[in-house]
Design a protein. Structure first.
Length: 78
């Protein structure tokens, strides 16, 4: 019998990601523009970042639903 539903897996962040915990405020550059946000989930080599909405990034927030996946190497703690 097949099982359907949500599978729980533990994601272990890489060495670069160990310093970027959930709820950490970060800054990064995308499309040549400096952006800020907060980490909402850690992945192995990247993090899910919720963007801080400003007047300058309305289009980016709309296109991405306010969430981006950014590599740890591109993130800087604020």
């Amino acid at each position: 019998m097949a099982t359907f539903g949500k599978f729980e897996t533990t994601i272990v962040p890489s060495q670069e990601g160990s310093t970027f915990e959930v709820a950490t405020p970060v800054t990064f550059t995308i499309h040549g523009t400096q952006q800020t946000g907060t980490i909402t989930k850690q992945l192995k080599n990247s993090a899910v970042v919720e963007l801080n909405e400003t007047a300058d990034n309305q289009k980016l927030v709309t296109q991405s639903n306010g969430v981006l996946i950014i590599n740890y190497k591109q993130l800087t703690k604020i």
